[in-house]
Write a protein that binds this ligand. Structure first.
Ligand code: SDX
Length: 432
């Protein structure tokens, strides 16, 4: 295999090194392009540009492959749980029994949130975006853990384990707090004896004198849902975390920026948009034909939400797993959700339509996830905050890669300027 590419410009040839990943992915290293040729590469949206070398997650979009630290998502989904997969994503290896115990204990010990942080929520109208509230709470963490967020890579890496546990555990608690705040309910303090997901469900749904005890099926379904969101290569919000982290911003600050990126309806916000779409189809007694027809218009605002992916040109393996889990979970909970039937019909109709086939548009992770979350009693406007709980390990692992790079450079893309060329100032009296 070639180790260098050759770029022919005018009458000159420029050798460019080739980088090959452990799974055979090939990249042309353009880091020296501007210095040697005076040209930059152009790739709007970075769809064909590698921003980093990473060891965390491998995606093969053409073959629908997703692996975390080499472990296939299908195996993790069927044999692991969210906390164990989070440990794998963050630290690179499946934990030993002792490591799993210590990590779980660290998460439980850091589940509670300083009472003063509740005042941050009080600054928001109860109908405000849960993602805006979540980002605000996460961005306040450095104020309460200044020793873990010094904005000095070396120091922050020395306290990384505690910072990582705080980020992962408190983001989960923040989501429950946001839910309770919006409902006007008293906050529920975490119970140290409960596992991660059960503690979340307790903080969400317990009443002052009546604890919510999660059914095993509910806890298992939540574990699966969060596990499937744990990391996903250089997606929009994870790249945002890396971008912000590259300026030596601490872990919490970088994650709060990632939460803002995740909120967008084309990204993490899609799980809410899918449910609105399915609900409209249900309310109109439509069979989805109208939505499919509108989606084929090509306008971003009419897209079939939960369909398509920037990387997968085949099935999103997570969508397959969640789709199958939908049936199991709803059956075990004795729930018949008409939106599930609509979603399946919509999927079948779209997958028979040449517009979607020709563009290789398949259901993504967001297409079915809302149906399970609804079955667990989670309100629609909280779905994207659930995505954030799941994605926290990926944000943490990616920030750590940026912080650990010996020759880490601040992310600073270039551009091609297409605005006005040089012109002189004109006094206002002389402007037409
Ligand atoms: C997530 O990156 C990640 O890994 C993200 C994620 C993660 O885990 O972090 O997987 C989570 O964000 C999943 C995606 C959730 N978003 C949605 O479901 C929103 C609907 N999907 C799209 O908006 C779209 O598919 C994107 C944003 C996901 C991907 O957009 P791209 O890669 O920019 O796709 P594109 O615009 O290049 O589309 C190519 C063609 C276009 O048509 P033509 O211009 O060629 O005629 O496909 C069309 C698009 O119009 N198209 C769709 C479509 N998605 C793409 N047409 C109708 N419905 C859609 N959903």
């Amino acid at each position: 295999m070639a180790t260098t590419a050759s770029l022919k410009l005018d009458d000159k040839e420029f050798p460019l090194p080739i980088i090959v990943g452990t799974e055979g992915e090939k990249a042309i290293d353009t880091r020296a392009l501007r210095a040697t040729t005076g040209y930059i590469a152009f790739d709007q949206g970075y769809g064909n540009t590698g921003s980093c070398e990473s060891k965390i997650t491998y995606l093969d979009g053409d073959n629908g492959i997703l692996r975390h630290r080499g472990y296939p998502i299908e195996q993790l989904a069927s044999r692991s749980d969210f906390v164990e997969t989070a440990y794998l994503v963050i630290y690179g290896e499946l934990p030993t029994l002792a490591q799993r115990k210590d990590f779980g204990l660290l998460l439980r010990k850091n589940a509670a949130v300083e009472t003063q942080m509740q005042k941050i929520l009080e600054g928001f109208p109860t109908a405000a975006s849960p993602m805006a509230m979540l980002s605000a709470l996460v961005s306040a963490l450095p104020a309460y853990h200044a020793d873990l967020a010094t904005n000095n890579f070396e120091k922050d890496l020395q306290t990384f384990d505690l910072a990582a546990a705080i980020a992962m555990s408190k983001i989960r608690t923040f989501v429950a707090m946001i839910y309770r705040y919006q409902k006007g309910l008293p906050f529920m303090f975490p119970k140290q004896e409960l596992p991660f997901c059960d503690n979340f469900l307790h903080m969400m749904f317990s009443e002052p004198y009546k604890d919510y005890i999660a059914m095993p099926e509910v806890s298992k379904a939540l574990n699966l849902l969060l596990l499937l969101h744990a990391d996903h290569e250089q997606n929009c919000s994870t790249s945002t975390v890396r971008m912000v982290g590259s300026s030596a911003s601490n872990l919490f600050t970088a994650i709060s920026a990632g939460v803002c990126a995740l909120a967008g309806p084309l990204h993490g916000g899609a799980n809410v948009a899918v449910m609105h779409m399915l609900q409209s189809i249900h309310d109109e007694g439509d069979d989805g034909t109208r939505f499919i027809a509108a989606a084929k218009s090509g306008s971003k605002s009419n897209r079939l939400m939960g369909f398509g992916h920037a990387v997968y040109r085949n099935f999103d393996p997570r969508a397959k797993i969640i789709g199958e889990a939908c049936d199991t979970v709803l059956k075990k909970l004795g729930i018949e959700d008409p939106l599930l039937v609509i979603a399946k019909n919509l999927e079948q109709a779209a997958l028979r339509d040449d517009y979607f086939i020709s563009r290789k548009l398949y259901p993504n992770v967001d297409f079915y996830s809302g149906i399970i979350m609804r079955a667990l009693g989670i309100p629609m406007n909280m779905f994207t905050t659930m995505f954030a709980i799941g994605r926290a390990p990926g944000y943490i692992a990616n920030w750590r890669e940026v912080a650990s790079q010996p020759k880490g450079r601040i992310y600073r893309p270039r551009q091609v300027y297409v605005g006005a060329t040089k012109r002189d100032y004109v006094a206002i009296a002389d402007r037409k």
